[in-house]
Design a protein around this ligand. Structure first.
Ligand SMILES: Nc1ncnc2c1ncn2[C@@H]1O[C@H](COP(=O)(O)OP(=O)(O)OP(=O)(O)O)[C@@H](O)[C@H]1O
Length: 394
C-alpha cells in the first residue's frame, strides 16, 4: 500500500513544529491564537481539545495555511510551511472535516481521486487508488464508487472524507471534528476504524474535537487548550487523567477520570491473582483440600481444556460427588485483552466480586478482584504524581 512516488517520506508521518504561532483576525482586538508552541511527534496522533472558541480550528488550519499566521513559525518535516506554495502544501496534507465536506456534484470516486488527479497521477492509477482507499475505509468500491454524496449515510460520507484525505498518501492528516456529525454508535465504529488504519499507516495526525472521551480514545497525546489556544496541558491521556494540570483541565476531563483510566488499561498489563483449581475429572476432595480451611475461599473448576467452568468453596466441593455440579457456573470471564473497565464490570456483577481471566483460547490464566483494580488505579496515580503537568513543548 505504500505509494511513495509523490511523497518524499513514503507517506509516513513527519514532525510538525509550531513556534510562537499567533493569529489575529482583521478587526479583532485580541488574537484568536496567541503565541502557541508545540511539537507534534512524527507518526503520532495529537488531539486538540478545548471549549468552543478556544482557537482549535484556527490553530489546525494554520498548519496547512488555510489560515495564514500573523506571527510565528511552523515547520513540517523540518520545512518551513510559510516558504512553500500553499496549494502544493495542501495537496501534501490530508484534510478531513465535519460533515465530510465532499463536493456534492462529484461522485464518491471523483471526490476520492481529486487530489491524486491534481498532483498528476494517470487515470488508471487514480482508479486503482480510489478502489484501494474505499476498501480501506470499509466501503465496497463497486457499490459506492459511482454514487453521489447525497446517496450515502452520514457515517458513509465521513468514511469517504477519510478516504479522500488519505488518497495521495500524505504524511500529515488534519482532522477537524471529522466524526462530530454522526450518532454515537457510528462514531465509535469510525473511531475504531481510524485507530486500525493509523496502526498500519503511522501518519502524523492532528485531530480537533470537543469530546474529551474521543481525545482519550484516539490520542497518543492530548493538548488541552484554553482561551486563545493557550496550552493548559500537553501530555498522554493517562497522565492528563491521572494528574490534570489545573482546575480548568480537571473540569474538562469531567467526572469519572479514574473510570476513564480503566479504559486505557488492559488486563494483560496487570498482575492477575490465582485461586486453587481442579479439573472436572478430579475428585471434589482434591479441590476441597486445595482450598483449605480459610473461610469463604473460592476455587475454580476447569473443564478438560482448562477453561473456567464453575466457582466453588470448600463447603460446596464437599457437598457433591462430582465437580461437574460443585458450586455455581462461571457466568462471565474476561480475557487478557479486555480493558480494566470490562473487568470491573464483571467483578461488580459477580456474587463473590471476582472475575476469571482467560487466555486467547479461553484457558484459565488467573483472576482479578476489586483490590487488583484499586491497586492499579493507585499505582497509576502515583506514577504520574510527580509529573510536571504543564508544558507547551513535547
Ligand atoms: N474569520 C474570522 N474572523 C474573525 N474572527 C474569527 C474568524 N474565525 C474565527 N474567529 C474567532 O476566533 C476564535 C477561535 O475560533 P476557532 O474556530 O478557531 O475556535 P474553535 O476552538 O475551533 O471553536 P469551535 O470548537 O466552536 O469550532 C473565536 O473567538 C472566533 O470567533
Amino acid at each position: 500500500m505504500a505509494d511513495d512516488k509523490n511523497t518524499p517520506t513514503g507517506g509516513h508521518g513527519v514532525e510538525i513544529c509550531l513556534t510562537e504561532v499567533s493569529k489575529r483576525y482583521p478587526g479583532q482586538k485580541l488574537p484568536a491564537v496567541e503565541s502557541v508552541s508545540m511539537t507534534i511527534p512524527a507518526g503520532e496522533t495529537v488531539v486538540l481539545v478545548g471549549p468552543s472558541g478556544s482557537g482549535k480550528t484556527t490553530t489546525m488550519r494554520m498548519i496547512n495555511r488555510l489560515i495564514e499566521p500573523t506571527a510565528g513559525k511552523i515547520t513540517i518535516g523540518g520545512q518551513d510551511v510559510l516558504g512553500l506554495d500553499p496549494d502544493k502544501l495542501r495537496r501534501e496534507i490530508g484534510y478531513s472535516i465535519q460533515q465530510a465536506g465532499l463536493f456534492p456534484h462529484m461522485t464518491v470516486g471523483e471526490n476520492v481521486g481529486m487530489v491524486p488527479g491534481l498532483v498528476g497521477w494517470d487515470k488508471k492509477r487514480i482508479g486503482e487508488r480510489v478502489d484501494e482507499m474505499l476498501d480501506l475505509v470499509n466501503l465496497d468500491p463497486a457499490e459506492y464508487r459511482d454514487r453521489y454524496p447525497r446517496q450515502l449515510s452520514g457515517g458513509q460520507q465521513q468514511r469517504v472524507g477519510v478516504a479522500r484525505a488519505l488518497a495521495a498518501n500524505p504524511p500529515v492528516l488534519l482532522m477537524d471534528e471529522p466524526f462530530g456529525a454522526v450518532d454515537p454508535i457510528t462514531r465509535g465504529v469510525l473511531q475504531d476504524e481510524l485507530m486500525r488504519l493509523q496502526a498500519d499507516l503511522g501518519k502524523t495526525i492532528v485531530f480537533v474535537t470537543h469530546d474529551f472521551d474521543e481525545a482519550v480514545k484516539l490520542g497518543d497525546r492530548i493538548a488541552v487548550l484554553g482561551e486563545r489556544s493557550k496550552i493548559l496541558q500537553y501530555d498522554t491521556p493517562e497522565a492528563i487523567l491521572a494528574n490534570p494540570a489545573d482546575d480548568t483541565v480537571a473540569g474538562f476531563v469531567g467526572a469519572g477520570a479514574a473510570l476513564k483510566q480503566l479504559n486505557l488499561r488492559r488486563v494483560r498489563e496487570i498482575e492477575v491473582g490465582q485461586v486453587p483449581t481442579a479439573t472436572v475429572d478430579e475428585s471434589p476432595t482434591v479441590l476441597k483440600e486445595r482450598l483449605g480451611s480459610r473461610r469463604g475461599a473460592i476455587g475454580l473448576v476447569l473443564d478438560r481444556r482448562n477453561r473456567p467452568l464453575r466457582w466453588a468453596t470448600a463447603r460446596e466441593a464437599g457437598a457433591v460427588s462430582t465437580l461437574e455440579r460443585a458450586g455455581r457456573p462461571v457466568e462471565d470471564s474476561v480475557s487478557l485483552a479486555s480493558t480494566l473497565q470490562d473487568a470491573l464490570e464483571a467483578i461488580l456483577t459477580d456474587d463473590d466480586g471476582v472475575a476469571a481471566v482467560t487466555g486467547s483460547r479461553g484457558e484459565y490464566v488467573g483472576v482479578v478482584d476489586i483490590d487488583t483494580v484499586m491497586n492499579t488505579i493507585k499505582a497509576l496515580r502515583e506514577e504520574h504524581a510527580d509529573d510536571e503537568p504543564t508544558g507547551d513543548r513535547s
